[in-house]
Write a protein that binds this ligand. Structure first.
Ligand code: URP
Ligand code: ZN
Ligand code: ZN
Length: 473
């Protein structure tokens, strides 16, 4: 099968030029001016951007959490992602306490196999890592293509792991080509604040934010970086939400410590006044970390511009307002944490970043596709348009506008955090490994088009080979 994309403006993290692209089967085979080869399908991309498919490195599809399960599974979630120009998600498999990591991965393969509209991979959430389980981590990296491991400083009794476990994981992964992704919030202190708030009868959604202050995130971020330094490993902060935490990452990077971080659209476009929405509407925005005071948004954009933040992911973890968010009507701590976002990341960041003049179009591609591909072991197969790369390509109309609404979105959730917001920049046609799956904004693919992608080892530090602390023991 040969597909020719004609006359588009090809934009990668570093390039910006008009040319044609020939795709043979699943990969880009030729890029050049006025290509004349015969093709089975020709797509006119004139007046459009031709960009690498988005990579959302943080989704929670079909995830049991907070006494319920996120409502997008691998079919609906990846289909919604495809509509928005995302051609790959890295989702989170969860190891329950005492469970084998291998068994946990099998369960997540079972959830995704034959359902996905786009390619996918897994991080592993590790909740339990005695020394004799490190061999399973090695197997993940060497054989299963799972090279990143999320650990939680939050949610005591459920997902939280202690500092010794984090240090052990960082030391091991740092040496064997893996990466620890940190949920950096001091969950022990947060739980105490929640206890006090509830004891005083403060049960409304806004107390979710008040009991998770920015200092709790900054402390976790600082601790994660210190642990990584002691372990001589890199570290990646997930869903960084505020200036206090960003300052810690920036300070570390200025000292040459390999600390990396993502933020999410909700922290760039929404703020903590959303928790005041009437009729329990604030529950829609209950996510961790919570939305912050609006002034943080500018700081996050500066972080993105200056590369102290490398990626924008969504932390897509949707729960319906009806029956799911409502579980916490009388107690904010029972509202399932998480919000929808996988569908509109590309348009939101293009609109709020490029159209608003905060970042240029190359940086847009970099933070939504190239950087996640590089950090998580997918580049140059994914994250760019180059000869030999997978033909995950989006024909993006930079001038077209759309209004975001739950009435028209494809996510399986009954509200949108951005209801009524107009954005400029729409993904019109989407190719996943050479196959057109969205054509003129209509889904034309099939469940199972998306395939599991093994990821390569991750090398984000270039210092001594082993922990300087451990070497002295
Ligand atoms: O509220 C959130 N973020 N839910 C998903 C779990 C997590 O911590 O990423
Ligand atoms: Zn998290
Ligand atoms: Zn998450």
């Amino acid at each position: 099968m040969k597909t020719l994309i004609k006359g588009g403006r090809i934009v990668t993290a570093v390039d910006d030029y008009v040319a044609d692209i020939l795709i043979e089967d699943e990969v880009v085979s030729v890029i050049g001016k006025n290509l004349t080869m015969e093709a089975d399908k020709t797509i006119d991309a004139s007046g459009r951007l031709v960009i690498p498919g988005g990579i959302d490195a943080h989704t929670h599809l079909d995830m049991p959490f907070g006494g319920t399960t996120s409502v997008d599974d691998f079919r609906t979630g990846t289909l919604a992602a495809a509509h928005g120009g995302t051609t790959m998600v890295i989702d989170f498999a969860i190891q329950n306490k005492g469970q084998s990591i291998i068994e946990a991965l099998d369960i997540w393969h079972g959830k995704a196999d034959a359902k996905a509209a786009i390619d996918y991979s897994f991080h592993m959430i590790v909740t339990d890592l005695p020394v004799d389980r490190l061999k399973e981590v090695k197997r993940m990296i060497d054989q299963e293509g799972v090279t990143s491991f999320k650990m939680f400083m939050a949610y005591p009794g459920v997902l939280l792991v202690d500092d010794a476990t984090i240090f052990r994981a960082m030391s091991f992964t740092g040496e064997h080509g893996g990466l620890v992704c940190m949920h950096a919030e001091n969950g022990v202190v947060i739980n105490e604040m929640i206890r006090i708030a509830l004891e005083e009868g403060r049960t409304a959604p806004k107390y979710h934010a008040i009991t998770r202050p920015t200092k709790a995130e900054a402390e976790g971020t600082n601790r994660a970086i210190a642990l990584a330094e002691m372990a001589n490993s890199a570290v990646y902060m997930v869903h960084l939400s505020c200036h206090d935490a960003l300052k810690k990452v920036k300070e570390a990077r200025d000292e040459g410590i390999p600390a990396f971080a993502e933020t999410c659209p909700q922290y760039l476009f929404l703020d903590d006044t959303a928790y005041e929405e009437e009729n329990f509407g604030g529950a829609k925005y209950v996510m961790t970390p919570p939305l912050r005071a609006k002034w943080n948004q500018n700081e996050l954009w500066t972080g993105l511009r200056m590369n102290d933040l490398q990626c924008v992911s969504t932390d897509h973890c949707p729960f319906c307002f009806k029956e799911q968010k409502e579980l916490g009507r009388n107690d904010f701590s029972k509202i399932p944490n998480g919000g929808p976002g996988v569908e509109h990341r590309m348009s939101l960041i293009y609109n709020g970043g490029v159209v608003a003049g905060r970042i240029d179009v190359n940086r847009f591609v970099e933070i939504t596709s190239t950087a996640p591909a590089k950090i998580f072991g997918l580049f140059p197969r994914k994250g760019t348009i180059a000869v030999g790369s997978d033909a995950d390509i989006v024909i993006f109309n930079p001038n077209k506008k759309m209004t975001i609404s739950a009435k028209t979105h494809h996510m399986n959730v009954d509200y949108s955090c951005y209801e009524g917001k107009e954005v400029q920049g729409v993904s019109e046609t989407v190719l996943s490994r050479g196959k057109v799956i969205i054509e003129n904004e209509q889904y034309v693919g099939r469940p199972g088009d998306g395939k599991y992608q093994k990821r390569s080892m991750i090398q984000l530090k270039y210092k001594e080979p082993a922990s300087p602390v451990l070497a002295r023991i």
